[in-house]
Design a protein around this ligand. Structure first.
Ligand SMILES: [Zn+2]
Length: 266
């Protein structure tokens, strides 16, 4: 009996040492009842989220909107995910009025199997905090002057509530292990995409090169070289450079807006 309780304590210690959870959920492997809770919850939520995506508004999902569609058990489960202790400080929810909508960004994409076939693809509506959008616009005007082209915003703000939905949505891809999922998907409240005070954006070229499948492809672009040389003058910082110490790999497309506080207002 005693040995069993020591073993139990060790298991609990092991499972809490990576993500310091204060909740009852097992971060290594969700229980069968939690798995079916997640599955049923997603069946219920997906049509609503898809509708929001069609409207280009999923990134602005609020906790109120999300929780109003959940029963008490599901809300408790979602609270447990939100309460997973993080080293970083949590992002707070922000009013929609503080954001600028970025619409009708057009990519000129070439069909890889038929280079003569070029088509226009419109990026889903994105949102950025106003100061970030203005700084980006100033920076892109400067880039366009130097290179004759600019970069578009593939991904801007994602609300903590939407990040929570995405985290739960991707659990099934990682055997319902919170720890495994967290290697690929940020926990709600920790992504730089949900942090207006250090808001990140992902760039994409006019031709649709995002570097998502091959960071080196983005890294070799004149647009990237220009950013590496000039972005700091506009308050933008490369969050995940080559060989960084975080969990993330090299992300040459991901820049956060964090001007030094001493920088004069232009
Ligand atoms: Zn990013």
């Amino acid at each position: 009996m005693k040995r069993k309780s020591i073993l139990l304590a060790l298991i609990i210690f092991a499972s809490t040492s990576v993500i310091n959870t204060v909740s009852a959920i097992d971060t290594d492997q969700l229980s069968d009842s939690d798995i079916s809770l997640v599955q049923n919850m997603l069946i219920k939520l997906k049509p609503y989220i898809d509708e929001r995506k069609n409207e280009g508004d999923a990134n602005m999902l609020t906790f109120k909107e999300l929780y109003s569609r959940l029963d008490a058990h599901e809300q408790t489960f979602m609270d447990a995910i939100r309460n997973l202790k993080q080293k970083k400080k949590k992002n707070s929810e922000v009013a929609k009025a503080d954001f600028v909508a970025i619409e009708n960004q057009a990519l000129q994409v070439t069909d890889p199997s038929n280079p003569n076939n070029r088509f226009t693809s419109i990026i889903e509506r994105q949102y950025l905090p106003k100061n970030n959008q203005e700084a980006d616009e100033t920076m892109m005007t400067a880039m366009e002057k130097d290179l004759g082209k600019r970069l578009l915003i593939e991904s801007g703000y994602r609300s903590p509530a939407y990040q929570l939905y995405l985290f739960v949505f991707y659990l099934s891809n990682h055997s319902y292990s919170i720890k495994e999922t967290n290697r690929w998907v940020a926990l709600p409240g920790t992504s730089e995409h949900g942090a207006p005070e250090r808001q990140a954006l992902d760039f994409i070229t006019l031709e649709g090169i995002s570097g998502e499948h091959n960071p080196e492809e983005f890294d070799q672009l004149p647009e990237f070289k220009w950013l590496a040389e000039h972005a700091d003058q506009f308050g933008f910082v490369l969050s995940y450079p080559k060989n960084n110490n975080s969990n993330s790999g090299y992300e040459p497309w991901h820049w956060r807006y964090q001007p030094p506080q001493t920088q004069p207002v232009k």
